[in-house]
Design a protein around this ligand. Structure first.
Ligand code: XIL
Length: 347
């Protein structure tokens, strides 16, 4: 080979590997195998920070509003809907070729005071539920891949539904059925999920969630999947209990998504702690990307600059794959490596 040819070949190799590295975002790795990797979006950061937008659009092929679709934000006063922030997320996703999950239609938290403190008969509460779901789902019809129709309806002790919920108190247990039925009538193409935390492995709450979704199915209520939030502590590992629970949900014919993953560490975050955290991310991704019932994994945010953890868990934080300066953390690398490996094992 002449020196000129050798130089040309070397240049080609350099440019090819640069191309591969550039193509090697989380979303590229996932999309190559028809999988979805996503993040919750803070609509204020989306509007204000170009680094936020660049990272989000480069790395993820699905997103979800962290707060913008919640009742108190999207329906702040009777008959008044504020779609702006949620629309901005959907528009961003459209321009970047990302899918959107809608979170959430029916939840006992983040309800506005006019709902929480209002006096409603059962019929009035049903009318409110129907108006809310109909208005929101029809506004986004055709644009939402999957809705978290009902969030956190099951009591933490697994005794059944959370009886302190506004919806349970005003309507009764059938508010869950109603919510899914209405959402399906309005957008028959959207996938409908039940979403909860602390119901991923074994235990009374996992059993109660399983019974809830099985009951919905038996009654012919349209449900497509179950969301596992997975707000976990560093050191977390998938166990046989998670496998068994995923398998029994899958055996019902339901899909699964990890909807709100974050792995919090006790602050201050050191290199050692972030290495331990990365192994939890690795383990979770390895499991759900290889399991045929999982469609997607979404983290709850993506940069430690915008994360709910420090506000809600005192002394903990640094829970996401990018640090507060948008630098990739060991958790990011573990996610990418494991996505590629696990998706190759997918049947
Ligand atoms: C959290 C948001 O991240 C916070 O910004 C907000 O103040 C409270 O809600 N489970 C859920 C999410 O289903 O909607 C919650 O999001 C986190 C726990």
């Amino acid at each position: 080979m002449s020196r000129a040819v050798r130089a040309a070949v070397a240049a080609l190799v350099v440019s090819l590997s640069a191309h591969v590295a550039a193509a090697n975002s989380l979303r590229d790795v996932a999309a190559a195998r028809g999988f979805f990797v996503g993040a919750a979006v803070d609509s204020t950061a989306l509007a204000k920070e170009s680094k936020y937008r660049t990272t989000l659009g480069r790395e993820f092929n699905v997103c979800v509003g962290e707060n913008a679709f919640k009742f108190e934000n999207i329906h702040p006063a009777p008959g008044m809907y504020a779609f702006g922030p949620a629309d901005s997320i959907v528009t961003f996703a459209e321009t970047k070729g990302m899918r959107v999950r809608g979170h959430t239609l029916v939840w006992y938290q983040q309800l506005p005071a006019w709902v929480r403190n209002g006096s409603f008969t059962r019929d009035e509460a049903i009318a409110l539920l129907r108006e809310h779901i109909t208005t929101v789902v029809s506004h986004f019809r055709g644009k939402i891949w999957a809705w978290d129709v009902v969030n956190e309806a099951v009591a933490d002790d697994g005794s059944g539904l959370r009886t302190t919920s506004f919806w349970y108190q005003k309507i009764g247990a059938d508010y869950v059925d109603l919510a899914f039925q209405i959402a399906h009538e309005v957008d028959p193409d959207a996938k409908l999920y039940y979403n909860d935390y602390g119901a991923e492995g074994d235990g009374a709450k996992s059993d109660a969630v399983f019974e809830l979704v099985r009951g919905l199915q038996q009654r012919g209520v349209p449900i497509d999947g179950v969301g596992w939030q997975m707000h976990v502590r560093s050191g977390f590992r998938i166990t046989d209990a998670h496998r068994a629970n995923a398998d029994r949900i899958a055996a019902l014919g339901l899909r699964l998504t990890v909807t709100e993953l974050d792995v919090r560490v006790v602050l201050p975050a050191t290199a050692e702690k972030l290495a331990v955290q990365a192994e939890s991310y690795r383990d979770i991704i390895a499991f759900c990307a290889a399991h045929p019932a999982f469609d997607a994994v979404l983290t709850w945010g993506f940069t430690d600059k915008h994360s709910w953890i420090p506000r809600f868990f005192k002394g903990e934080g640094a829970a996401l794959p990018f640090d507060a300066k948008y630098k990739r953390k060991p958790a990011y690398k573990a996610m990418k490596t494991e996505l590629a490996r696990a998706l190759n094992r997918r049947p």
